[in-house]
Ligand binder design. Structure first.
Ligand SMILES: C[S@@+](CC[C@H](N)C(=O)[O-])C[C@H]1O[C@@H](n2cnc3c(N)ncnc32)[C@H](O)[C@@H]1O
Length: 249
């Protein structure tokens, strides 16, 4: 089969999967306004005043738009069927403002975040949302801190902790496959319950259309990941195919 044909087929398969994701959300609608109503808008307005827009921090500033961010996180939760599963224990790495864990709590789950304490906006937002978080910096080839428990789901959305520093050409030095292997092994062995899952969601790469380097994709697939657009989902056992929709324990 021609390469172009293969790409076309993959594209249409992904389109179909994406369409299915939308159908699943439509058939199980979530009232985001109700979740928005759980936020203390006056306190969030004060937080915005305390942490004003910074011209070189567009990405951080986006997190101020609570309605938009809540919508994004409701979709993330829906795609993992968290709006219709029994209560889970969830660890969110690089939890940012804490919206994902807030949405998870709305659906009856218990969550813990892990993040650095570099960003005042995230500190303030997690405080306001009452999202518990452990302050810790993730480093390559260093085990995560002991959290004293295991989880049904470990997530990392819009992962950034694999970016080490800016290289001369303004691109990022990133973790290499052995760093990822170490991290995945650590999460599997120390943080996941027997039927737990690890979800990694990536930002687009600089080409604007891909999310993984070929090496990273190969490593993730060798680790049994199910890759769907920006997301890679892992089971505890690399031989067990992970499911986005997990309806029970
Ligand atoms: C792009 S933000 C994503 C926030 C949130 N997960 C979301 O999708 O809304 C990246 C997050 O990763 C955190 N982070 C970056 N480097 C980290 C590291 N080495 N260890 C722990 N957290 C880190 C940042 O503080 C920030 O909260």
């Amino acid at each position: 089969m021609q390469l172009s044909r293969k790409i076309e087929k993959l594209f249409s398969y992904e389109l179909l999967e994406s369409f299915w994701e939308h159908v699943c959300r439509w058939t199980h609608p979530v009232n985001t306004r109700r979740i928005l109503a759980t936020l203390d808008q006056a306190e969030f307005a004060k937080l915005r005043e305390r942490c004003p827009y910074r011209p070189n921090a567009r990405r951080i500033n986006r997190y101020e738009d609570a309605a938009y961010r809540l919508g994004v996180n409701v979709e993330r939760a829906q795609d993992l069927w968290l709006d219709r599963t029994p209560p889970l224990r969830i660890l969110d790495l690089g939890c940012g403002a804490g919206y994902f864990l807030h949405v998870c709590r709305y659906f009856g789950h218990q969550g813990l975040g892990l993040d650095t304490d570099d960003e005042p906006l995230f500190r303030g937002a997690t405080d306001l949302l009452g999202v518990r978080r452990v302050i810790s910096k993730i480093h390559p080839q260093v085990p995560l801190p002991d959290l004293g428990e295991k989880f049904d789901l470990v997530t990392a959305h819009r992962v950034c902790f694999h970016r080490i520093d800016r290289a001369a050409d303004d691109d990022w030095n990133e973790w290499k496959p052995p760093d990822w292997k170490f991290f995945i092994d650590d999460v599997r062995a120390r943080f996941l319950r027997p039927d737990g899952r690890l979800l990694l969601e990536f930002n687009p790469r600089r080409d604007g259309s891909s999310f993984f380097t070929p090496e990273l994709r190969a490593l993730f697939l060798a680790q049994g990941a199910r890759i769907f657009r920006s997301k890679a989902l892992f089971s505890v056992d690399p031989k067990v195919r992970p499911q986005f929709k997990q309806t029970g324990r």
